[in-house]
Design a protein around this ligand. Structure first.
Ligand code: ADP
Ligand code: MG
Length: 293
């Protein structure tokens, strides 16, 4: 394509809410055949709500919410914000943690009112050799079977509660997936969340292939594996945990509503955070470079 055509393409992109880092990006955009979609914040709104609390016999809902809410209040993760908001709503002012660490892809840990508190995946608890008692295990299984994310809470070496959180699929996601398929792309849902939740979301938007329970650092490995199969891979994401995979992908598409880290790592920004813009970008590239007349 001529430099003029590329400039026109880039300008048209801006009108469509697609920011393109450089004219050369259009060439890779045209060629992608596989599109990996992050779940939380990309396919779903990322605005989670705390739906239920299941305390263990050793404690109460009030105490669970105070201690878990205090820690989550410090984290920026969408799940953390849901837990903190739900906790503040039900119990009032939350204590300030004496210590706080974010454990990427697993949850948070810290000290609240002298207790060593963990909030996150069951795997975070197992790292501290804490097991879920049967009643909490059942609450977790029921929540996940209904497509909700189950978060576990522990303190002082004992599992104390299961929290249920959920977020909604964006209204535009099913149409976006249909349009990506119509352009010949294979969509794959990629998430750190559990398999049951991921499959429930995939079914809602029309995706068949799901890669779940992936640690943030392993998202890159998933992209590399697909590339090793000879695929040309686009990755769409919004989180800090997606940045490395966005950089590794042949084409990184960052949600404009996402984190700065994702936007910096991407080749393209979908300004409105609308997944349909990913399909627009691919059509635009093919048009500009003459694949579609
Ligand atoms: P995704 O890939 O869908 O954006 P993440 O990698 O950010 O998800 O998180 C993976 C999982 O780790 C979440 O589904 C949740 O179970 C757990 N998790 C991560 N951060 C937190 C947190 N601050 N509080 C509770 N759970 C968390
Ligand atoms: Mg995300």
């Amino acid at each position: 394509a001529t430099p003029t055509a590329l400039m026109v393409g880039t300008g048209r992109g801006a009108q469509l809410g697609i920011l393109i880092k450089g004219p050369e990006v259009l060439e890779t955009t045209r060629r992608v055949d596989t599109i990996v979609l992050d779940k939380t914040g990309t396919v779903t709104t990322g605005r989670m709500t705390l739906l239920a609390v299941h305390p263990a016999e050793s404690t109460t809902e009030h105490e669970v919410l105070r201690l878990a809410g205090a820690l989550e209040h410090v984290s920026e993760h969408p799940i953390a914000q849901a837990v903190a908001a739900g906790a503040a709503e039900r119990t009032g002012t939350l204590p300030t943690p004496e210590d706080f660490t974010n454990v990427a892809g697993l949850g948070v840990q810290g000290i609240v009112e002298g207790h060593a508190v963990l909030v996150g995946r069951t795997r975070l608890l197992s790292e501290w050799s804490i097991e879920l008692p049967a009643d909490l295990e059942r609450a977790k299984a029921r929540a996940e079977a209904s497509g909700r994310t189950a978060i576990t809470v522990a303190w002082d070496g004992e599992a104390r509660a299961v929290l249920e959180v959920a977020d909604a699929v964006k209204g535009t996601s099913p149409e976006a997936v249909r349009r990506l398929r119509a352009l010949g792309l294979t969509p794959i849902l990629l998430t750190g969340d559990n398999k049951a939740v991921a499959e429930a979301v995939a079914a809602k938007v029309g995706i068949d292939e799901v890669i779940a329970e992936v640690m943030p650092e392993d998202k890159v490995a998933v992209v590399k594996r697909l590339q090793a199969q000879g695929r040309s891979v686009a990755m769409v994401g919004d989180g800090v945990n997606d940045a490395a995979a966005l950089a590794q992908a042949d084409l990184g598409l960052a949600m404009g509503t996402g984190t700065d880290a994702a936007i910096e790592a991407g080749d393209l920004t979908l300004v409105r955070g609308d997944l349909r813009s990913a399909a627009d970008a691919i059509r635009l590239a093919r048009r500009t470079l003459g694949t579609i007349r």
